[in-house]
Design a protein around this ligand. Structure first.
Ligand code: DAH
Length: 343
């Protein structure tokens, strides 16, 4: 009996000293003292061991004890509620919210996607090829035999000399991959990364991106080439941009032409992007050389085609006025987060 009274006294002291700081603390109190396996229940259970003549007096003590614990619990609950109401009342609802950082697409991806979607409107499909190429697909098939001086224009990274494995120097290699696997009519664009052994500067990099185009069918003419590229420029840069074609030379096209557009930076007045000419070159193009077609068993008396290749960095430079090629690969968030027109 004595022991039970001591237990009740200890329990009361504990209850009186209990501090609840959070709703979880209040719940912990309930479980510990008032739960189905709580202390109050277990002490009440001792009633059966109390001798009959003491039951009445003891019952009163137990009831008081239970009421004491319940009152303490109600107090804890009330305090907690008041606290949380205070917190809400004191909270400054005019504070700005926490900012969530949203990623942006890389400018080169934005521009590549734009270019791809323009050509998709004209019925071009997307084709891709490997970045590690053999000599045949990068050079030989494109009418650049081993001793051809034009190979010097493209400072090649070789992975292996014999047999030659290299990092592709242009996406024209994907033309070869496509003609190997498809019969005309062929209408593809090939976006991808290319590599050249150049000293890195604001104007040159050892890797960059190109988009190749290839269109082969019966009766494809230079007029189709011009009209396709003209459509592209207007979609990409707007109706006011002027274009001009200059005769050029590429081993895989005959005739060949480079296309310039009027400088978007200075509007044609002359600046250092257009080297004070008012024009900037954006792509190389031409009619697919008959030898290239024959390399893939395509009858060059029946089929003709045009091809073009453009640099994504250059288009991006004109569109977003990026004046240093190194910015594209430095991963500087201050640069990257300026491009929010994700596509
Ligand atoms: N492959 C050339 C380069 O990297 C670009 C090019 C020019 C691609 C003319 C073509 C083309 O398809 O017809 O400089």
């Amino acid at each position: 009996m004595e022991q039970l009274l001591q237990q009740i006294e200890a329990c009361k002291n504990e209850v009186a000293a209990f501090k609840a700081h959070t709703p979880d603390d209040v719940e912990a109190f309930r479980i510990k003292y008032l739960g189905t396996k709580g202390l109050v229940k277990s002490i009440m259970g001792e009633m059966k061991n109390v001798p009959n003549e003491q039951k009445k007096a003891f019952g009163q003590i137990l009831n008081q004890f239970k009421a004491f614990v319940e009152a303490a619990f109600a107090q804890l609950q009330a305090n907690n509620e008041a606290n949380s109401q205070n917190e809400t009342a004191n909270f400054d609802w005019s504070l700005p919210g926490d900012t969530t950082l949203v990623g942006t697409r890389h400018p080169l991806s934005i521009v590549r996607n734009q270019i791809v979607s323009i050509f998709k409107k004209l019925g071009f499909a997307v084709a891709e090829g490997p970045e590690i190429e053999d000599d045949w697909h990068n050079f030989g098939a494109m009418n650049l035999p081993e001793d051809h001086p034009a190979r010097d224009m493209q400072d090649t990274f070789y992975i292996n000399q014999n047999p030659a494995w290299l990092l592709r120097t242009h996406t024209s290699s994907v033309q070869a991959r496509v003609m190997e696997n498809q019969k005309p009519p062929i209408r593809v664009i090939c976006p991808g990364r290319v590599y050249r052994n150049e000293t890195i500067s604001a104007r040159a990099h050892c890797f960059f991106h190109q988009i190749e185009g290839l269109y082969i069918d019966e009766n494809v003419s230079f007029a189709d080439l011009k009209q396709t590229l003209y459509f592209f420029v207007q979609e990409m840069f707007g109706k006011d941009v002027k274009v001009r074609f200059r005769p050029s030379y590429f081993p895989f096209t005959e005739p060949s032409a480079e296309m310039d557009i009027s400088c978007l930076i200075c509007g044609g007045d002359g600046c250092n992007v257009c080297k004070h000419t008012g024009w900037v070159e954006i792509l190389g193009s031409g009619m697919v050389h008959p030898k290239v077609l024959e390399n893939f068993g395509i009858d060059s008396t029946k089929y003709t085609g045009f091809a073009f290749g453009m640099g994504v960095e250059r288009i991006c430079q004109l569109k977003y006025r990026v004046n240093d090629l190194r910015l594209y690969s430095q991963n500087d968030v201050r640069f990257l987060k300026q491009f929010t027109g994700a596509l």
